[in-house]
Write a protein that binds this ligand. Structure first.
Ligand SMILES: Cc1cc2nc3c(=O)[nH]c(=O)nc-3n(C[C@H](O)[C@H](O)[C@H](O)COP(=O)(O)O)c2cc1C
Ligand SMILES: [Fe+2]
Ligand SMILES: [Fe+2]
Length: 412
């Protein structure tokens, strides 16, 4: 089926079916996958997404049988991950007149990966439209679905959504349309959501709002089946799967401080959790009763422990005792994170982290965040130099709280 297929007026699927067991994101895609690329043969011919890097040459050659690459006016790159942008390596060299359409964050990524520093880029923002000669494309930014630079494209005239990774399935399809698959694709659709999208469910909820007013007759994603029957059912599935639990969740925040900078971090964490409808107990370890603190920790779903650094160690007198006691408690199932304000080296934060690692709580780390989500803006432990007054420090603290909130509130 690796030839072009017309999916709508002047709109062709020009993708690649990959029926191998594909290693991807530390998973093995046992059913293979499909890299869906689309050619819109309008007055200003436009390609939407390409295929995996490995198939780039073959892809560019097949595309050249459908259209003179010099006539390609726009190449829309919804997402820079090379399973979709990889075809650019071969296509950009042939489609030398094409302007590359993407978000601002995507520009340097594409320039670096495919040596496109001297090419024309058209940076689009949320809500921008583009006339491609007979059809109009609307762009919506969808950060972290799947990575920071991601956007989706919607064709106004044909009511087709091109959402790249979103609403995809990892299947080497026999037939392009889900309604012709001969079996219910729901399990594959949910399996894909769980593996790729669920860690980013906060952003799925934003996406659902963003597409609410669009009349979508067809979803043409960049992996697996195209959906033209029961479209709303699949959108609703994302809405349901990304929904928060209604169970009451609780966080305990314990800190020590010299001049209140770490206390301010604790307050930002507290506000952020409360904005996410999570109950919070906050304790100054040097002022509160140790028994009260320990029982609050025992009743919490997540525990944040912070200290500023004084002469390469934790501040205050009580925190170390509390951390020692935690070693012998059964705290299984709880999430934990370290934080603190520091001046130049912040040893105390690392000491707290070591103590937390000695418990049976699931301790958050930057490394685990990157491995499980690919996100680089969420950091654990939360290390803040001096007072958290600048916006980017506040953001960093909030991102940590939001990440843990999302883990606590996941309904699946
Ligand atoms: C006596 C003293 C010793 C300090 N020693 C360290 C240190 O060893 N390493 C470091 O990173 N910061 C050090 N600092 C800087 C503090 O950690 C920094 O000012 C921090 O913002 C204090 O936060 P707090 O108000 O929550 O205590 C020291 C500060 C003081 C006053
Ligand atoms: Fe992706
Ligand atoms: Fe993908």
């Amino acid at each position: 089926m690796n030839t072009e297929i017309k999916i709508a007026p002047e709109t062709y699927w020009v993708g690649k079916i990959d029926d191998r067991e594909v290693p991807f994101h530390r998973l093995i895609l046992t059913k293979g996958t499909t890299y869906n690329s689309y050619l819109l043969k309008t007055g200003k011919p436009t390609v939407i997404d390409t295929v995996d890097m490995e198939f780039g040459r073959e892809y560019a050659e097949r595309l050249a049988e459908l259209i003179d690459p010099l006539d390609i006016h726009y190449i829309v790159i919804n997402h820079t991950e090379p399973d979709h942008s990889g075809g650019m390596a071969a296509l950009a060299g042939k489609a030398t007149n094409a302007t590359i359409v993407c978000t601002e964050i995507a520009v340097p990524e594409l320039q670096e990966m495919y040596k496109l520093h001297h090419r024309n880029f058209l940076v689009v923002k949320d809500g921008d439209t583009l006339d491609i000669g007979g059809k109009t494309l609307l762009f919506k930014e969808t950060p972290y679905l799947h990575t920071a630079e991601t956007m989706i494209t919607y064709c106004l005239e044909d009511k087709i959504l091109f959402p790249c990774d979103i609403f995809s399935t990892h299947v080497a399809v026999d037939t392009l349309f889900s309604d012709e698959a001969g079996n219910d694709i729901t399990d594959d659709f949910i399996g894909y959501y769980n593996a790729i999208i669920h860690p980013h469910r906060r952003y799925v909820r934003t996406l659902i709002e963003a597409v609410k007013d669009l009349e979508i007759e067809m979803i043409a994603p960049s992996h697996g089946y195209i959906i033209r029957k029961d479209v709303q059912k699949y959108i609703d599935l994302y809405a349901t799967l990304s929904r928060e639990t209604t169970e009451g969740k609780k966080v305990a925040i314990v800190y020590t401080t010299l001049k209140n900078s770490t206390k301010k971090i604790a307050k930002i964490l507290q506000d952020s959790f409360q904005e996410n409808n999570i109950a919070v107990d906050v304790w100054d370890a040097d002022k509160a009763d140790k028994t009260d603190i320990l029982s609050s920790i025992a009743g919490a779903d997540a525990v944040f422990i912070g200290s500023s650094t004084k002469y390469a160690d934790m501040t205050g007198t009580n925190l170390e005792d509390i951390l020692k006691e935690l070693q012998s408690l059964n705290l299984e199932g709880k999430l934990a994170a370290a934080f603190g304000s520091y001046g130049w080296s912040g040893e105390a934060i690392e000491v707290v982290q070591d103590y937390l690692n000695g418990t049976n709580m699931t301790v958050q780390s930057t490394s685990d965040v990157i491995k499980s989500t690919g996100m680089t803006h969420v950091e654990f432990p939360v290390r803040i130099r001096f007072s958290p007054k600048e916006t980017e420090k506040v953001q960093k603290i909030k991102h940590a709280a939001e990440f843990v909130s999302d883990l606590l509130l996941s309904s699946i």
